[in-house]
Design a protein around this ligand. Sequence first.
Ligand SMILES: Nc1ncnc2c1ncn2[C@@H]1O[C@H](COP(=O)(O)OP(=O)(O)OP(=O)(O)O)[C@@H](O)[C@H]1O
Length: 289
Amino acid sequence: MFAVEFAGFAYAYPESGVILNDINLTIPRGTFTVITGPSGAGKTTLALAVAGVIPHYFGGRQAGCVRVGGINTADSGMGELASQVGTVLADYESQMVAMTVAEEVAFSLETVGLSRREMDERIDQALAMVGLNGRQSCPVTDLSGGQKQRLVIASVLALAPDILVLDEPASALDPEGAAGIYELLAALNKQGKTIIAVEHHLDRVLPYADQIVLLQDGRIAKAGLAGEVIRHMWAQENLRPGVPALWKIKLSLEEKLGLKLRDWLTDEQAMAELKSMTDRQGGEEVKSA
Ligand SMILES: Nc1ncnc2c1ncn2[C@@H]1O[C@H](COP(=O)(O)OP(=O)(O)OP(=O)(O)O)[C@@H](O)[C@H]1O
């Protein structure tokens, strides 16, 4: 069974035209999927459809279906879905409601009906998973942006969902904080969680993404491995700005020098390949001298 399955899905908000159309997409369990695309393409709307917020909270009109953990989102309640999928909104601070770190996580557990001891255990576990253990009594206002984002993720993890959906989880963070959030998500993915992240900075997710889904004007323009999707973006003038910096260099070198380079996912891979090329060239020059 897939973690998430979109079949012929289309959606319009109550006061809008069709925002998503002809969405057919499968997200296998335990994978890391990135949803990308230009502003207004429908990324957030797609994430909200996985979370069940669409159609339950927004209403609107839909065709086709979205199944999450085998459950048709349109037929199930938000409570049932919450055990399958945890959602971190783009404006994650709006999800924070409590004074202290422990209270914040406790709040999301309130409807679960646990004893005080079980609750404390779950809080400690969730905080440990995001690297905030020992901060239980810390006021939420004392946390940095990155720590607040981790706390919201902990609150969601406390409900033990298999799937996490995050909308631009690093948008409010500095580069170091952004890298830290994606390292955390990659670690959770390694532990078996299915991760679905909306992200327009593809540089941040290249090392981790199993599948990139490119949305354009409410439709899936391309879905697949990073290399396939990025090459598709490179081929279209209006999508080129979204190509990660590393790949702009790689694809320019390939075009200008007629080279065929590997699909770089990290700076280190790029450095290693370029170094081995220059070493080889240096060796040939020495030989011919
Ligand atoms: N509540 C709403 N009611 C009506 N239209 C909406 C609503 N929310 C979003 N839209 C419209 O749906 C379209 C897709 O918006 P969405 O936020 O999903 O795109 P996005 O790709 O996430 O954009 P961005 O990168 O700018 O966040 C936009 O045209 C937007 O104006």
